[in-house]
Ligand binder design. Structure first.
Ligand code: FES
Ligand SMILES: [Fe+2]
Length: 440
């Protein structure tokens, strides 16, 4: 198949050259690297702060802790949303401690200073006792950049950052048909994983591991790399597209019917017997059936999606640390953030968002995902509960790789063509951090 199957774009247009920098092991454990990443990357990029659905009324707020810092986003009286560092300007006490809440004023637990929704100090105990005069109305929480896209509110600690919609390009244009803004969160799992955040990034930046680590997926996702579209954008974001409802060409009998494709055919009113021995023809038939039957089954999101989006997996990695995996019935956020103090650990968040359930008769839980019943955050202790078997498979090697990268026997990687997104990721990181080669 040619690359033009996906949105009519050619691979070459989005295939920037790489230099072949060595991917050094120390970047996965050295505190110097962690410090440089914080200073030059994490304080400069847009981050998902949380869901707009949690900010309906004036005074509603959400917090997000990242690295050693914390921020909060709060709905204003005029309907806008503003974001601030979550630290009292009196003597630095952290102000808000829960994930979500609502209040007219933000009150510090130490000496009782109170801030309005716009971050202005409105009450200070013994306000007359300050040598430079009453700080009320003059002192403000430190504001940061804030904007919205999709169902999310985003923040950026760099006030002079590129506007969010420019930074996100080309995602807003490419993903418009999914109407992500209508989707709600049904899964929210957080886990502290004993590996550097980039190990999870590297994993999501290649599909080379699918046949070994996720062999189950081959029965309904075509993981053959020559049949996969890889694109890298000027922004540093990238995309991989794989055909769904289509068994892998790597299989011994790639034309044989597979149980998951068989289920999908039945679900959409098609007879699997008609596709026996030619299962690769099932995908377009399923697309047409979804197009025809989707709306009457409450799958209104299908109406604005392309045929390919009705079956395929559009897997985006936003530079540097957030993966958005679009599937026909929802999308996943898979984010790894640095641990506040230990470069050999990270915070892994896994969310799943789905279109409105109203009138829907067809609800498909993605294969291998942790079962979900509600959208409250569940914190999973690594190794004590499942993240869903696909994420468990990924994390199992992440932890092993963290160990192996300390070895003097690891020399800096031998990277295949289909892993080029990893190579580019590290070269962008080297450039951003100003580190090239080993730290002495
Ligand atoms: S540190 Fe917040 S009121 Fe003193
Ligand atoms: Fe994986």
């Amino acid at each position: 198949m040619t690359k033009e199957h996906f949105l009519g774009r050619t691979l070459e247009a989005y295939d920037p050259p790489v230099r072949g920098d060595r991917i050094t092991g120390e970047r996965y454990y050295s505190p110097e690297w962690a410090k440089a990443e914080w200073k030059h990357v994490f304080t400069k990029i847009w981050h998902i702060g949380g869901l707009l659905a949690d900010l309906e009324e004036p005074g509603d707020w959400i917090t997000h802790n990242i690295g050693r810092d914390s921020v909060f986003m709060i709905r204003q009286d005029d309907g806008s949303i503003r974001a601030f560092f979550n630290a009292c300007v009196h003597r630095g006490n952290r102000l808000l401690w829960s994930d979500v809440g609502s209040s007219e004023r933000i009150t510090c637990s130490y000496h009782g200073w109170q801030y309005g929704k716009d971050g202005t100090l409105v009450f200070a105990q013994d306000a007359e006792d300050f040598p430079n005069g009453n700080p009320c109305g003059k002192a403000h929480l430190t504001e940061i950049a804030c904007d919205t896209w999709g169902p999310f509110v985003w923040f950026n600690m760099n006030l002079t950052a590129q506007p969010l919609h420019e930074w996100l390009a080309p995602l807003p244009e490419q993903l418009a048909g999914y109407r992500m803004e209508t989707m709600t969160k049904v899964l929210d799992v957080r886990c502290i994983v004993p590996c550097n955040w980039k190990i999870i990034r590297d994993n999501f930046n290649e599909s080379y591991h699918l046949p070994t680590l996720h062999p189950e997926l081959a029965s309904f996702i075509d993981d053959e790399y020559t049949d996969t579209s890889f694109e890298m954008y000027p922004s540093g974001h990238n995309r991989m597209v794989q055909k769904g409802s289509h068994p892998s060409k790597r299989l011994d009998y790639p034309d044989a019917m597979q149980p998951l494709v068989e289920d999908e055919l039945r679900n959409w009113g098609l007879d699997p017997a008609d596709f026996e021995g030619r299962v690769t023809e099932a995908r377009p038939a399923i697309q047409q059936a979804k197009r025809r039957l989707g709306p009457e089954r409450g799958c209104h999101h299908f109406e604005t999606m392309t045929d390919s989006q009705l079956t395929d997996y559009y897997h985006y990695t936003l530079w540097p640390n957030t993966t958005i995996t679009m599937s026909p019935d929802g999308f996943q956020i898979l984010r790894s953030e640095p641990h506040p103090t230990d470069p050999e650990k990270c915070i892994f968040d896994h969310w799943y968002l789905m279109p409105p359930m109203k009138d829907r008769t067809e609800v498909v839980t993605p294969v291998g995902m942790r079962p979900f019943a509600h959208a409250e955050r569940e914190t999973v202790i690594y190794g004590e509960a499942t993240l869903g078997y696909v994420a468990d498979q990924d994390m199992s090697v992440a932890v092993g790789q963290q160990q192996g990268l300390h070895s003097m026997g690891y020399k800096g990687g031998i990277i295949s063509g289909q892993e080029k997104r990893i190579q580019r990721f590290h070269e962008l990181l080297n450039d951003a951090c100003g580190i090239h080669g080993e730290i002495e």
